[in-house]
Ligand binder design. Sequence first.
Ligand code: FEO
Length: 408
Amino acid sequence: MNVTNVTNDIYQLSVNVEDILFEGLWEIPNGVSLNSYIIKGEKTAIVDGVCGWDGVPESLFALLDKLNIAPESIEYLIINHMEPDHSGWIEDFKKINSNFKVVCSKKSAELLEAFYGHTENIIHVTDKDTLDLGKGHILKFVEIPNVHWPDTIATFDTLTGTLFSCDAFGSFGRATSSNYDDMLSKEEIDFYEKEAVRYYSNIVAAFSMPVKKAIQKCSDLPIKIVAPGHGIVWRKNPNKIIEDYSRYASYQKGPAQEEITIIWGSMYGMTEKAVQHAIDVLEKEKIKVHVHRVPETSWGTILASAWTSTGIILAMPTYEYKMFPPLAAVLEELGKKKVQNRKAFRFGSYGWSGGAQKELDEIISKYCMNWDFLEPVEFKGRPEPKDLELITEKLRTLVGEVRELTNE
Ligand code: FEO
């Protein structure tokens, strides 16, 4: 767990979480940081809390001690969003401070009661409210519902221009004591950008419309620092992560980047032969390609690639008159995350019968994905040279369509 100085009177407490599935579901190969912030005016507030996995609250209290802050002197606990990765430590905190006030939205208060039975000393805030901590730190609250739960607010310190944005503008990736964009190399920033795409696509993607609204709303604020609940703090170039999030939100309805994602599965290597051929063709076309086999690759990894790709190729055999099941499951998840308006192509093998197309059509329609598919190429058993030629032709068409859309 780290404690670092963000700016005047503001500190970050950060804990890394690794070797778990985030939300019990998403693989996090590079971990994730959970960030809390302390604002020390004449009164002290803590924004969000870090819970969990490394001896908190003991380690949290040790860090507060480093800052000469007695836990019982914290007057306000600001909960931007009630999901337990930010609020889960409140019960432990209550054991050593019985006098604090919770500052949160009305919806957060309802969830606070449902999750932890906490109903006392709660101050509901809306867009109209401010909180004066003294020494010039007047906090303003901004309702940004559905980024990521309906209860979410952001907190803005008007003195320093620091936006405590919670899940908005966050990323996966473990934190270090250099958890600030002005302390990182370009390679490290690139690393966090990839982790931001993974975080966005896995956690926030389904709420891309609310993300756009939140960005619009926050554009009225004189933001100098973006301090999210996960990932690095943006002090040198806060607009970068705001612009990145704006782009990620736009990828929902497409077009996204000049990239193609191949999601494929194979039972006995017949479809795999055609996939290898497709990879060779796309390499010659010099377009960026992500290749993911199912069920071996996690949903989170596939989602991150699909989110940034304008073209998607599904390659799988028919299985018992339907799609190869792990590919159907991934496609359903892409539908739920609203990966829409992609240029797409399907090919694959069948044995005794086809049938994959019917299920594919059902999923695309059920989630209103509106993918524009080229005519599929299906082959009985192994792909013959004529099948590979047809696949080549379709792939070239797909590349052309992706390039046309992304270069408009
Ligand atoms: Fe980081 Fe939606 O909680």
